[in-house]
Design a binder for this molecule. Structure first.
Ligand code: FES
Length: 346
């Protein structure tokens, strides 16, 4: 890989004779910073897409059927209802395995193309389209909108889409060589054809390596059928300290409603719920996906605004992923007209 364009020293004029003064050095530094301004973003997006692809391909939940709330099918079905691209999601549900693999391998191709700077604008367009479709489906119901990260990723692709990947990249190398070919008097058609053919060969080689890596990851991926994915949320199993248990008035928890107390051991909010008349329990408000606070129960479910997980308001079980672990559940006892929060049960 190489760089295209003029040298930084040339930009600053330091080669004009004598040592560079402070003004020259400032000019050189500004030129250097401008040249590589997009490199951190490119590395971040490239690595994130490669990681996301391998994470999907190695996750036993991803290609599981509709019975697994964290599967591609379940998440697509859940997103379809309120999505403006529900017709596309309906098409994806006709061949879910094919679409799930296309998303994962598409992310891998975008990540590798971005990291190596091969056809950088094409890779950025692919990344933008993937994040656009995720924003219009999985993140569409996230409120407020800025909590859904797919919109942020979509915006992050824009500078790379506009600028491409001309430095420290395969594109840069090909552009530099094309410049040399022109200098040797090669016809413009031949210069372009050579760049296209070599870019294609590099794409096939990198695509093949990506396909092999993805397939191996899929084959030797994590086996989590029996053991559910570990929660990122810090869920305490410490028993509550001795002392008066947190309580609420029973009248404040109607059937289907809830009242909030704090777990004295962790300080986390807990919803005391009454799913059926006379049946009470407590459900942690900490989402087991990545630790966001879930909304209060509504229509029999608790909804997480960060990535759209839904939990059953009677049991805490996952109704829709990406969470795979139920909300921690507490015992609740009735004492006259009071409901007392008991110990953590699960
Ligand atoms: Fe991701 Fe709740 S934190 S769905």
């Amino acid at each position: 890989m190489s760089e295209a364009g003029n040298s930084v020293a040339g930009d600053g004029g330091a080669d004009d004779g004598g040592a560079a003064g402070p003004v020259d050095r400032a000019v050189q530094w500004r030129a250097f910073a401008s040249r590589y301004a997009l490199l951190p973003l490119r590395l971040f997006l490239g690595l994130t897409f490669v990681y996301a692809a391998l994470d999907k391909l190695s996750d036993a939940h991803y290609l599981a059927g509709a019975g697994d709330p964290a599967s591609f099918v379940s998440q697509t079905q859940a997103a379809k209802g309120g999505s403006p691209i529900s017709f596309l999601l309906g098409t994806a549900l006709h061949a879910p395995t094919l679409f799930a693999l296309a998303v994962a391998f598409g992310e891998l191709a975008v990540g590798l193309g971005t990291l190596l700077g091969l056809w950088g604008r094409v890779a950025a367009l692919g990344g933008a389209l993937i994040n656009l479709s995720l924003w219009l489906s999985i993140s569409w119901s996230v409120s407020p909108y800025y909590l859904g990260n797919d919109l942020g990723y979509l915006m992050a692709w824009t500078p790379l889409l506009l600028a491409g990947t001309p430095y420290l990249s395969v594109d840069g190398y090909l552009a530099q060589r094309a410049g040399r070919d022109r200098g040797r008097g090669l016809h413009e058609d031949r210069v372009k054809r050579r760049a296209l053919v070599d870019g294609g060969i590099a794409a096939v080689a990198i695509g093949g390596a990506g396909l092999l890596t993805g397939s191996l990851t899929r084959t030797f991926g994590r086996d989590e059928q029996a053991a559910p994915k570990q929660s990122a949320a810090p869920v305490s199993t410490t028993p509550a300290p001795a002392g008066p248990a947190p309580s609420v008035a029973a009248a404040s928890v109607p059937v289907g409603g809830s009242a909030q107390v704090k777990d004295p051991a962790t300080g986390d909010a807990v919803y005391i719920v009454q799913p059926k008349a006379g049946q009470y329990c407590g459900l942690s408000s900490v989402c087991t996906h990545s630790g966001c606070a879930v909304d209060a129960p509504k229509n029999g479910q608790l909804y997480c605004p960060c990535h759209g997980s839904r939990f059953d308001a009677a049991t805490g079980a996952v109704v829709n992923g990406p969470a795979v672990k139920p909300l921690p559940k507490y015992a609740v006892t009735r004492d006259g007209d009071k409901l007392n929060l008991g110990p953590l049960q699960s």
